[in-house]
Design a protein. Structure first.
Length: 157
């Protein structure tokens, strides 16, 4: 078994903690879309009543992305809408939550490679979405990435 270099284990744990934060964030976004409750109350509920779900998650990232996504909800929807083949309100609520998260990360989290954003979103769709929703999520976010991250994508080619 290969020995990890000093920082590799932390980086790996951080990646898994972020994935867990995204998983809980999708659930919180779904709840927010369905109930229209203030995001601050939903975050508080997850941190208290559903704390076990956040035990191994990056709690700071969880709070930050939810607070920012609720603050920029109208902007995110404006960015997302041109890439959809139907009205935003007609989307399955789980797909809507995953797409909001993916668009947020593509637009505001430039330190995350675009491929990571797409892969994480696809995994969330496989976990929470309908049978083929991961294909739809991939198609929408790939088109969005082509526009939002065009310089990053062209430099990787």
């Amino acid at each position: 078994m290969a020995k990890l270099m000093p920082g590799e284990q932390k980086k790996s744990l951080s990646r898994h903690a972020r994935a867990r934060a995204r998983r809980s964030a999708v659930q919180a976004l779904y709840q927010w879309h369905m109930t229209q409750a203030p995001m601050s109350l939903i975050i508080k509920e997850f941190e208290t009543e559903r704390a076990a779900e956040l035990k191994k998650a990056d709690k700071t990232y969880f709070r930050e992305i939810l607070a920012q996504m609720s603050r920029h909800a109208a902007d995110l929807e404006t960015i997302l809408t041109p890439f959809l083949d139907r009205k935003l309100q007609a989307l399955d609520p789980v797909e809507r939550a995953i797409l909001h998260l993916g668009i947020y990360e593509l637009k505001f989290r430039r330190e995350l490679p675009w491929r990571v954003v797409l892969n994480e979103s696809i995994e969330l769709a496989r976990l929470f979405g309908a049978e083929a929703s991961h294909k739809y999520i991939n198609g929408v976010l790939d088109k969005a990435a082509q526009q939002l991250r065009s310089a990053e994508i062209s430099s990787a080619a």
